[in-house]
Design a protein around this ligand. Structure first.
Ligand code: HH2
Length: 281
């Protein structure tokens, strides 16, 4: 029975999966860099995603695209805090902070965020586990090979599914050992983070392998380049339909949280898939 406890609310994901809408407050994110650097515009886009059915808004101030350079904490905070403050004042939606820095996570939680989405699985900053424990935030533990600067340099695995599952097992155990309630954790194989297209396909095909201890699995495929390869296009807009297909497929394979740029089509695919799976319209 996948329950996910976040700071203020518990999501019951047993029947319906959740949509996490992406809000990149960055000048350089790979698909929407620069569109939402103005906090009012960013907040308006977040509210539009909520109206489209986003259950969570994931706010990030540092791009993790392949080759991206790290951003200092004060710069990251200056990008995300005004947006979190505005969104929290305007809506009760769950807010997640996409960061691997403890100082950014702590300030974001103080400003009203509910979830820490950490692409380093709490290993990037030694102070992060304590922030997660003390605040009672929901936590996304994601697998990445290397760092965004290096991760796409010839990634190699003997058995990608087993190795990613083993990494997540290790990080989940470490988080539990540092005092974080297991019910607060969600697990993510990190599609595109140090993986070839074939690795991504294998991870998606076996995404049920990451539901360790019954924790909900989060999948983030939206607008990623491997989607364009199959449809023979470099245009991020052409990546929507393959991504929607994967939301449906991964829900059928047991994933429960979907990190996407366009909530409406993904939500509709999810609800249709769930009606078929459960026999309840
Ligand atoms: N993907 C991206 C960023 N954060 N977090 C989780 N848990 N899972 C993901 O797959 C994931 C993530 C990359 O996508 P995006 O935010 O659109 O781009 P950028 O990192 O360039 O801002």
């Amino acid at each position: 029975m996948p329950l996910w406890q976040t700071r203020r609310r518990t999501l019951d994901l047993s029947r319906h999966g959740a949509i996490m809408g992406v809000l990149n407050v960055t000048p350089d994110s790979f698909s929407d860099g620069g569109r939402f650097v103005d906090p009012d515009r960013a907040c308006a886009h977040a509210l539009a995603m909520v109206a489209e059915g986003a259950d969570i808004v994931d706010i990030g101030g540092e791009s993790t695209r392949p080759g991206a350079a790290p951003v200092p904490a004060d710069e990251e905070l200056a990008r995300v805090l005004p947006v979190i403050e505005r969104l929290r004042a305007a809506s009760d939606v769950l807010i997640s902070i996409d960061t691997s820095k403890a100082a950014v996570a702590a300030a974001a939680l103080d400003a009203g965020a509910d979830i820490i989405n950490d692409v380093t699985a709490l290993a990037g900053d030694p102070a992060m586990p304590e922030v997660a424990r003390r605040t009672g935030a929901g936590v996304v533990l994601m697998h990445m090979r290397g760092t965004p600067a290096t991760m796409q340099q010839a990634p190699a695995y003997a058995d990608v599914v087993a190795e990613v599952a083993q990494f997540l097992r290790h990080r989940l155990d470490a988080a539990i050992a540092s005092g974080i309630d297991p019910l607060r954790m969600a697990l993510d194989p990190g599609i595109g983070f140090g993986k070839t297209p074939a690795h991504n396909h294998a991870l998606l095909r076996h995404c049920d392998a990451f539901a360790l201890d019954g924790r909900p699995v989060l999948i983030g495929v939206s607008r990623k380049s491997f989607l364009g390869l199959l449809v023979g296009s470099n245009d991020p807009a052409a990546r929507l339909w393959p991504a929607v297909a994967l939301t449906s497929f991964c829900r059928e394979r047991g994933a429960r949280i979907f990190r996407v740029h366009e909530p409406r089509p993904h939500r509709e695919a999810l609800r249709m898939t769930e009606a078929i799976l459960t026999g309840v319209a």
